[in-house]
Design a protein around this ligand. Structure first.
Ligand SMILES: [Zn+2]
Length: 337
């Protein structure tokens, strides 16, 4: 490898020496640099690629010790609100090319980095800055409105959708305690914990099966203690008792404690409920947990079709018509015990 040596005044072979770098911007760091040295005169030479790599490495070490934000953090912030480098610079009140430089790998000062980090982590602080920039005419109305619409959209999408679904389920399924919910008020948190627990104990738990698990648990509980566990209402459907009004579909959109996963195989798509294993069984009494475990033990090694067929032998299914709510009266003749 050759490069022009200003000392020898001609192209010379060079060697690379690795040296420790212990300090940058007055901060202690621990890294190294590769320096080109003229083979003849032993002076340090400037090799562009080496210097680029060195500064990258040193910046990275400095970033880590000082916990400085990365270029990608800034890019992510911009893409979240769909704003340009210039728009972000205007919002932050930085010099013209600052954001451009940081995104290309330039290292922000610690205080600028902390400032940007605060705005990334704290959305309301960022929005405050946007409003301020707009009031000072630093950003256009168009930019301002774009960011505001993104912000509303985000909020609506992430936090509120799950809450909305919860409200929806509670509205659909809550009824005053009567013979159709086993004299129990629906408790959605408890229900999620139970589903998560069952999913953690049962391999390939399908949506069809979870309906039967819950029905058997509630019926058995009603038979033994005259009160159901979950407070769900069930109806007669083709494949057996299911949660009233097809609300099992809505229940499967919740994702706090379990998720619905679809896998493709040779026979088509199969759906299964996968536990996040974060269930809390403290919401259950010892008797309730015993009943749940009993039903799990009874059904866990059965195929979906067998579980369906089994439920078809129960009075609760035999003595009701399609889409009719299933009364807990039938619990008295439940075949399992
Ligand atoms: Zn030389």
């Amino acid at each position: 490898m050759k490069v022009y040596c200003p000392y020898c005044r001609e192209e010379k072979e060079y060697i690379i020496e690795t040296r420790e770098v212990k300090e940058f911007r007055g901060k202690e760091i621990d890294t190294y640099e590769n320096v080109a040295m003229c083979k003849t005169c032993k002076n340090d030479l400037y090799v562009n690629e080496l210097e680029t790599e060195n500064s990258k490495r040193i910046y990275e070490a400095y970033r880590q010790t000082e916990n400085i934000i990365k270029p990608q953090d800034i890019i992510d912030l911009r893409s979240k609100y769909d704003i340009s480098q210039r728009e972000l610079t205007a919002i932050l009140g930085f010099g013209k090319m600052t954001i451009n430089r940081y995104e290309r790998g330039g290292v922000p000062t610690k205080s600028q980095s902390d400032y940007i980090k605060l705005l990334i982590e704290n959305e309301s602080k960022f929005i405050e800055k946007v409003k301020e920039a707009y009031s000072k005419n630093n950003i256009t109305k168009k930019t301002y409105e774009k960011i505001m619409s993104k912000e509303n959209y985000e909020e609506c999408n992430t936090n509120n959708l799950q809450n909305l679904i919860r409200k929806c389920i509670t509205n659909n399924l809550s009824r005053t305690p009567d013979i159709y919910n086993g004299y129990k008020l629906l408790d959605l948190d408890k229900l999620e914990n139970i589903i998560s627990y069952i999913a953690s104990q049962v391999k390939n738990l399908t949506v069809t099966s979870i309906n039967k698990y819950l029905w058997y648990i509630d019926m058995l509980s009603f038979k033994e203690q005259c009160v159901a566990v979950t407070g769900l209402t069930y109806e007669h459907e083709k494949f057996g008792p299911t949660i009233d009004g097809k609300n099992y579909n809505t229940l499967m959109i919740l994702n706090n404690k379990y998720v619905k996963e679809e896998t493709e195989n040779d026979y088509g798509t199969t759906t299964q409920i996968v536990s996040k294993k974060n269930y809390d069984l403290n919401c259950l009494s010892d008797d309730e947990l015993e009943i749940i475990n009993k039903v799990i033990k009874l059904l866990k090694n059965k195929k979906v079709t067998d579980i369906s067929a089994m439920s078809h032998l129960e009075d609760g299914w035999k003595k009701t018509k399609r889409y009719e709510k299933i009364s807990f009266e039938y619990a008295m003749n439940l075949s399992i015990d």
